[in-house]
Design a protein. Structure first.
Ligand code: 5GP
Length: 312
């Protein structure tokens, strides 16, 4: 009974197969799990091994009826830490200016707790990242256009001249190059980049001002920006959109494109997968929009696992 009362929940940030672990004292006792699984740690008495049971598999499912999903008590050994080797790193294809790549990092567990947005709380930030071919900006714009009273984009800054039909603060905040550079220096942007010799970027303030209107803010960023966004203030819900790819194409050139898209998805998955709450496989625009819409609705109603440091 005492074991049942444990309130310590961990999200596993790596896959673990006890049978492949030579350090396991007794392989049958090991609890296999996948990155993203929520584990209830029932005992931390041992320095090297915890006793734990699995609660749910991923964030969205854990938001359902949690108690029903608890598997038959499966107390078993749980390795405390694991060195994640990060081989096969390639240069990022993105253009974001932020970089958080360490060569090795210990990815172990993240302590999490259940969180449900209360009516008087500001909506969570929704962060879309996408692999090559996912076209997340289109997706974001479409879902917002259908429901502009509830969802909004953070208005970006740009150094390009304003067009006659545009309004300051609506399409963009139009600023000088000096002002933009100063803001960039002072880390005011979550991301920025250059396009046709003009600078474009999204500021932290722009997100705050959407949330101040009690709307859900949707941003699409390079995954490098995740680190800056994963804060208690924003409580981001991170959706990784990847296009559904066919097995192979007949034309050689199409096959190469496909290969590039596969690689892009793999890289993001490897480097940032542990920060992703939900993977959305995009078949076509319409179905992806419908799925995104349904995720956003559930986000306001249901309970989700978030890092304990975000709550309180
Ligand atoms: P336009 O000048 O036609 O309004 O935008 C041109 C391009 O600027 C967009 O297609 C997009 O690639 C880029 N852009 C717009 N907003 C942002 C932003 O917030 N950050 C970055 N990095 N690029 C942006």
């Amino acid at each position: 009974d005492k074991l049942k009362e444990s309130k310590v929940f961990m999200r596993a940030l790596f896959d673990y197969t006890p049978l492949e672990d030579k350090a396991t004292p007794c392989q049958e006792a090991g609890l296999p799990f996948k990155r993203g699984d929520i584990l209830q740690v029932v005992s931390q008495h041992d320095q090297t091994w915890w006793q734990a049971k699995r609660v749910g598999d991923c964030n969205l499912r854990a938001g359902l009826r949690v108690t029903e999903m608890v598997r038959p008590l499966l107390y078993s050994g749980l390795r405390r830490s694991f060195r994640l080797s990060r081989k096969d790193r390639r240069g990022s294809s993105g253009e974001a200016n932020v970089s958080d790549q360490n060569d090795t990092e210990f990815l172990t567990y993240e302590e999490v707790t259940r969180y449900q947005q209360k009516p008087n709380e500001r909506p969570r930030l929704v962060v879309l990242i996408g692999s090559l071919g996912a076209r997340i900006n289109e997706l974001k714009q479409k879902v917002i256009a259908e429901n502009p009273h509830r969802y909004a984009v953070a208005v970006p800054h740009t150094t390009r001249p304003k067009k006659s039909h545009e309004k300051e603060g609506v399409e963009y905040h139009f600023v000088t190059k000096q002002a933009f550079d100063a803001d960039a220096q002072n880390n005011k942007f979550i991301e920025y980049g250059e396009y046709k010799e003009n600078l474009y970027g999204t500021s932290i303030e722009a997100i705050r001002s959407v949330q101040a209107k009690n709307k859900m803010c949707l941003v699409d960023v390079q995954p490098e920006a995740l680190k800056a966004l994963r804060t208690a203030e924003f409580k981001p819900y991170v959706i990784f959109v990847k296009p559904r790819l066919p097995e192979s194409r007949r034309r050689r050139s199409a096959e190469e494109d496909l290969q590039e898209m596969r690689l892009s998805a793999q890289q993001i998955d490897q480097q940032y997968g542990h920060q992703v709450d939900r993977v959305l496989i995009k078949e076509d625009n319409a179905s992806a929009c419908a799925e995104l819409r349904s995720i956003l609705e559930r986000l306001e109603r249901e309970t989700f696992w978030v890092p304990v440091s975000w709550v309180k």
